[in-house]
Design a binder for this molecule. Structure first.
Ligand code: ADP
Length: 446
């Protein structure tokens, strides 16, 4: 087992990883930026090392500085958390070059799954459902038009190296496709250093359903079932839940098994999520694979009883998965509401600043993953998520009631938060019926 782990992240996920390490008897080293000098999570680490100023480029995204800190602190491994460097194959490679274990996949499997064209090819070979579309990247305008005519409009142009919702264009007819294909490729080249684009069928009304997977270094991979993350705004998830409501279990289970096959085929070790869109006929189409622990991992932890962050560490240390697929069962239902420091009445403008009052909910079935304490000042430099409220209940209905109760207990002042909006969403009729689509929230806010 590792003796000492460096955490290349901040906020709630840094604290989540510290907690997992402590329970595994591992020492922790946090790196932090000057903007996070007062970060409450740093107090729980055995050591904290400042790696630079507030801007992420000069700190949390700076590979050289993080590796230097890891060498100074003499750690065995680095946990990247999510965001920042978590999906950078060059970071995984830099760790390998310095003989530090990267807690996540090898640079090879990360690069393969991270390239959308490559990933789709492997998915297809393993009978994972994918969107109808071009087989590989599109080389010219005529090829794009031929493929689109075959699959039918609307289509979406995507960059092979795209991410974060950037580099996508929806085309509703041939003229629009012709007008956009070259610009999309040039834009991808400028943004990602890779001009390769492809097209696929665009779904007007879809739900986002993803599958949590774990793979070890001994060729085993399992899935931990699905999460429904359809409540989104600008491609950002707002509420996540499991199991997905109102979907035939047979279809879900076939999709979960396909996801585990893909992870196994990629020789993947660590936690991964295979994301899908589901159409109104409950057909699934793979979107992409996230090669890291996700924000919404607690939802799955609550319904399966498996500690995903601990598993990610154990796997990196070479342990075999301690369970088989048939040992993994769903118990009850779980829901997560992301709590953001933002003002929903001012177009979700970030609302950083001092948190004088922080009264988090508690009681049976309630979990709060947050680094915030009263008096903490939310810096303006990073993502506005300040915590996650996750509840577990014996049924979806019970979890919804519990979430309403917990949100009503939550008091954060004087900064603005989305807690009021979350209360509205949890009691929203359509949401309670189960199965809102990915554009539902944006329609509601109009
Ligand atoms: P990124 O890596 O940039 O996040 P994704 O492939 O995951 O890109 O797509 C981001 C979002 O774009 C999805 O969550 C979905 O809302 C929308 N999207 C992507 N592909 C399609 C599609 N074929 N049909 C409908 N919406 C899509």
């Amino acid at each position: 087992m590792f003796k000492r782990v460096l955490i290349a992240n901040r906020g709630e996920i840094a604290l989540r990883i510290i907690r997992a390490c402590k329970e595994l008897g591992i020492e922790t080293v946090c790196v932090y930026s000057k903007a996070d000098a007062d970060g409450p999570w740093l107090r729980f680490a055995d050591r904290a090392i400042c790696i630079g100023p507030g801007p992420a480029k000069e700190s949390y995204l700076n590979i050289a500085r993080i590796i230097s800190a890891a060498e100074i602190a003499d750690v065995d491994a680095i946990h990247p958390g999510y965001g920042f460097l978590a999906e950078r194959a060059d970071f995984s490679q830099a760790c390998r070059d310095c003989k530090i274990e990267f807690i996540g996949p090898s640079p090879e499997s990360m690069a393969m799954l991270g390239d959308k064209v490559e990933c789709k090819r492997t998915a297809k070979a393993n009978k994972v459902p994918i969107f109808p579309g071009s087989e590989g990247s599109i080389e010219d305008e005529e090829e794009a038009v031929t493929v689109a005519a075959k699959i039918g409009y609307p289509v979406i142009i995507k960059a092979a190296a795209g991410g974060g919702g950037r580099g996508m264009r929806v085309c509703r007819n041939e003229a629009s496709l012709r007008a956009n294909i070259r610009a999309a490729s040039q834009e991808a080249q400028a943004a990602f250093g890779n001009g390769s684009v492809f097209i696929e069928k665009f779904l007007e009304r879809a739900r986002h359903i993803e599958v949590q997977c774990l793979g070890d270094k001994h060729g085993h991979a399992v899935h931990l079932y699905e999460r429904d993350c359809s409540m989104q705004r600008r491609h950002q998830k707002v509420i996540e839940e499991a199991p997905a409501p109102n979907v035939a279990r047979k279809k879900i289970e076939a999709t979960c098994e396909a996801a585990a096959r893909l992870i196994r085929a990629a020789n993947y070790s660590g936690a991964a999520t295979v994301e899908f869109l589901m159409d109104e006929q409950q057909n699934f189409y793979m979107l992409e694979v996230n090669t890291r622990v996700q924000v919404e991992h607690p939802v799955t932890e609550l319904i399966t009883g498996i500690d995903i962050v601990k598993m990610s560490i154990l796997i990196a240390a070479g342990h075999a998965l301690p369970f088989r697929q048939r040992d993994i069962h769903i118990k009850g239902a779980a829901i997560e509401c992301r709590i953001n420091a933002e003002d929903p009445d001012q177009n979700f403008r970030p609302s950083p600043g001092k948190v004088a009052t922080w009264e988090a909910p508690g009681g049976p079935g309630v979990r709060v993953d947050s680094h915030v304490v009263p008096g903490y000042s939310v810096p303006p430099n990073y993502d506005s998520m300040i915590g996650k409220l996750i509840v577990h209940g014996e049924s979806r209905e019970a979890a919804l009631i519990r979430m309403s109760r917990a949100l009503a207990e939550f008091r954060v002042e004087p900064i603005k938060t989305n807690i009021g909006l979350q209360r509205r969403l949890i009691s929203d009729g359509e949401f309670r019926r189960g199965g809102v689509d990915i554009h539902y929230l944006e329609r509601l806010l109009k």
